[in-house]
Ligand binder design. Sequence first.
Ligand code: FES
Length: 97
Amino acid sequence: MGETRVNRNPPDPPLFYRAHLFVCCNRRPEGHARGSCAAKGSDDVRAYMKARVKELGLRGVRVNQAGCLDRCELGPCLVVYPEGVGTASQAGMRQRE
Ligand code: FES
């Protein structure tokens, strides 16, 4: 007969943030083959998102700086948790302009 496993770990705590957005702000030297999100305006993207979250009074939403998300050629890139959805935000920046 198979052994029954019992999970003795405590349950995970509730999520602290409803949505947590990480914007890649990695900067590589100019001319680097992969480029970098900072060179494509990710600092502006992050600042804009932070301002909008504050302006809209979105509770439980946090925007943070992240390192390289390994989608450098598509940047500026970000990922949203808990969904874990990533995106390149050039379209968003174009809409903003
Ligand atoms: S530099 Fe932003 S994903 Fe790599």
